[in-house]
Design a protein around this ligand. Structure first.
Ligand SMILES: Nc1nc2c(ncn2[C@@H]2O[C@H](COP(=O)(O)OP(=O)(O)OP(=O)(O)O)[C@@H](O)[C@H]2O)c(=O)[nH]1
Ligand SMILES: [Mg+2]
Ligand SMILES: [Zn+2]
Length: 393
């Protein structure tokens, strides 16, 4: 018993030391204010109930506050409430109970005991959206990247070669499955030039449809290019260009998150939107054009005259596990046809009476859209088949 208590004390001291080495919140000017964030009605009602439970467990009413998690530094949350921004740790009640890790964007019932710098998160309130990805293979789990965001901006870099539209389609399926809206930013347009930009917009429209919200940017251009020519090439395809295009995606009151591989230019874009260098950016490797995971914290930045965007570390893998609903939302036309296939488990590859293939033949379907759908559907079937039966998705 004494041993356990000692271990806990050691842990507490270490945690406190770690927390003290985090950036001082008072110096962070890009943090959103409480007024810029809004809990839903359901969350406010849940907060009232959480307050009642906390009081029952011994908290004083005036110590309790509604807050939003605006940063996670090495797992340590920072919380904004009506009259303060503070670092918080988890109450023992939360760590003991059905403990779910807090994410940036989470609304919480927090407690600020008088005379303490550090607050306590008593409860995480129900999420309106939960941007999560699968990690860890067939024994894996869902990892929440951010909570309660309205919009996910998938950032994919352009280059000399055609854009990786399969990766964008995969991201789209995950995003729509998580209950958020989707937009795509094609970054580094300077590397593709006008012709490349036009080519990649066409490819993306073919795969994800012409109604996709799309912006072309080159916030960190390293090559002297004719920006106006690139803007014109985008405009000819009905696509917005530049930081203003991104700002229009995220109006005041909107909370978005940028999602993309390391090195895609997420932090560079956010710095441009902020008008100053707030976020660290890093060079990509020559050999494979991949980034070095420069961003390690997850944090909200409030944009001047616009909404809030969460900057995230880049993600290498985005496995598809149980995102069937997202697939149907991204490809509603194909999913609709699939419902008429003769076999319920039709793989749309060789079966007789396959409505998808018949329709594709009749309508002269865009080949790449169907191919993208089939590849993602196939991957999902395979991942489901190898999933550990004890894992709940
Ligand atoms: N040519 C070109 N390079 C860019 C552009 N935007 C960003 N870069 C470069 O791409 C590299 C990666 O940029 P970051 O903004 O750090 O990328 P990130 O997506 O935040 O990466 P992680 O934080 O690792 O996930 C840096 O060297 C940037 O200078 C652009 O518009 N054009
Ligand atoms: Mg970054
Ligand atoms: Zn079929």
């Amino acid at each position: 018993m004494a041993k356990k208590a000692k271990a806990r004390r050691v842990r507490e001291v270490r945690d406190r030391r770690n927390a003290e080495s985090l950036p001082a919140l008072s110096t962070l000017t890009e943090l959103p204010t409480f007024a810029q964030l809004a809990a839903s009605e359901r969350q406010r009602a849940a907060y009232e109930q959480a307050v009642a439970r906390a009081i029952e467990a011994g908290a004083a009413q005036d110590e309790l506050t509604l807050g939003c998690v605006v940063r996670l530094d090495r797992g340590y949350p920072a919380v904004v409430c009506a009259d303060a921004t503070f670092r918080a740790e988890f109450s023992t009640r939360l760590t003991k109970g059905s403990f779910s890790r807090v994410a940036v964007g989470d609304w919480v019932c927090a407690r600020r005991p008088a005379g303490h710098e550090m607050g306590l998160i008593e409860e995480i309130l129900p999420r309106e959206s939960d941007i999560a990805r699968w990690r860890g293979g067939n024994r894996g789990e869902r990892q929440t990247l951010a909570a309660n965001v309205d919009l996910v901006i998938v950032v994919q870099q352009l280059g000399e070669r055609e854009v990786d539209f399969a990766r964008i389609a995969r991201s789209a399926v995950i995003v729509r499955d998580c209950g958020a809206e989707l937009a795509v930013v094609l970054s580094k347009a300077d590397r593709a030039g006008e012709a490349g930009v036009a080519r990649d917009i066409d490819a993306l429209h073919e795969v994800l449809g012409p109604t996709l919200r799309l912006v072309v940017t080159m916030a960190g251009a390293t090559q002297a290019v004719d920006a106006q020519a690139i803007a014109r090439a985008a405009a000819e395809k009905g696509v917005a260009f530049g930081e203003d295009g991104v700002r229009a995606l995220v109006p005041e009151g909107c909370v978005a998150i940028v999602l993309g591989e390391s090195g895609a230019g997420k932090s560079t874009l956010l710095n441009a939107l902020l008008g100053r260098v707030v976020l660290e950016t890093g060079a990509v490797r020559e050999a494979d054009d991949a980034g070095r995971h420069t961003t390690v914290a997850r944090r909200m930045v409030a944009l001047p005259n616009a909404g809030i965007i969460v900057d995230e570390p880049g993600l290498r893998s985005l496995p598809l596990v149980g995102h069937e609903r997202g697939l149907a939302l991204v490809f509603p036309d194909i999913a609709h046809e699939a419902a008429a296939c003769r076999f319920r488990d039709c793989t749309q590859t060789h079966e007789p009476g396959c409505a998808v293939r018949e329709h594709a033949r009749d309508e002269g379907y865009e080949g790449r859209r169907l191919d993208a759908y089939l590849a993602l559907a196939y991957e999902m079937r395979t991942s489901r088949a190898v999933l550990d039966p004890d894992i709940v998705i």
